[in-house]
Design a protein around this ligand. Sequence first.
Ligand SMILES: NC(=O)c1ccc[n+]([C@@H]2O[C@H](COP(=O)([O-])OP(=O)(O)OC[C@H]3O[C@@H](n4cnc5c(N)ncnc54)[C@H](OP(=O)(O)O)[C@@H]3O)[C@@H](O)[C@H]2O)c1
Length: 246
Amino acid sequence: MKNILIIGANSAIAMACARRWALQGPNFFLLARDTQRLQQSADDLRGRGAKQVGTHALDVLDFGQHAQALEAARSALSTIDVVVLAHGTLPDQSACEQDVALAMQEFSANGMSVIALLTRLAPMFEQQGSGCIAVISSVAGDRGRPSNYLYGSAKAAVSTFCEGLRARLYRKGVHVLLIKPGFVATPMTAGLNLPAALTSSPEKVANDICNAVEKRSNTLYTAWFWRYIMLIIRHIPAFVFKKIRL
Ligand SMILES: NC(=O)c1ccc[n+]([C@@H]2O[C@H](COP(=O)([O-])OP(=O)(O)OC[C@H]3O[C@@H](n4cnc5c(N)ncnc54)[C@H](OP(=O)(O)O)[C@@H]3O)[C@@H](O)[C@H]2O)c1
């Protein structure tokens, strides 16, 4: 891998992936909204062996900036071997139930912005006829739970979109990797009381993601046991599931 684009590059999971890839000396282009942290991330990757690291500010909720940001990435990298879409927020579900504008903003941050970016990235990848599009969705998209169904429904939209996009781009030599992490200890989940036995570090998740990119896996559950947890959860009948406070 020579040229890597990361959207939402300040994410703990994305940076853990980037640090692993940096050892191979690739070129990076990083998009994120906090420009000060973006520069720190870029310096960190240069220090670990990255060849060139370009940066560009992007608030993904500013849909009008998407085209320009992706164009900046394309002109810096020319061919993009891997793009990782990593941005996301963990909405306050009860606040979203009281505030339509907030609910739509959170749905946009986790769902629509990803779909908009993928819609622009797809023809770029089609044109180059190679590369891997790696999208971080979530196990939360596998079934709607009362505690986080706004977030879960946005991730479900992303997951379904990626399944279709993968089939569309398959014959063009472009791969789409759908990543479904379970609990990960990152700033997004800081303050939540996550069960230690089910919670991974960003480094462990990054290890799984880098391997999945290498192997051209279709859907990655990370940690691995989430595939089976979600298999069970998906198969609980609705008349039982609606009575469980999850
Ligand atoms: N942690 C988990 O348990 C878990 C589980 C399943 C899936 N995921 C997914 O994994 C991905 C990475 O999250 P993480 O765990 O690494 O958390 P994180 O460190 O908090 O990263 C999330 C990143 O998204 C960025 N972001 C949020 N809104 C944005 C916007 N409007 N424009 C640009 N960037 C924006 C944040 O930027 P700022 O730093 O500027 O706020 C932050 O860098 C997300 O898609 C998340 O949904 C996480």
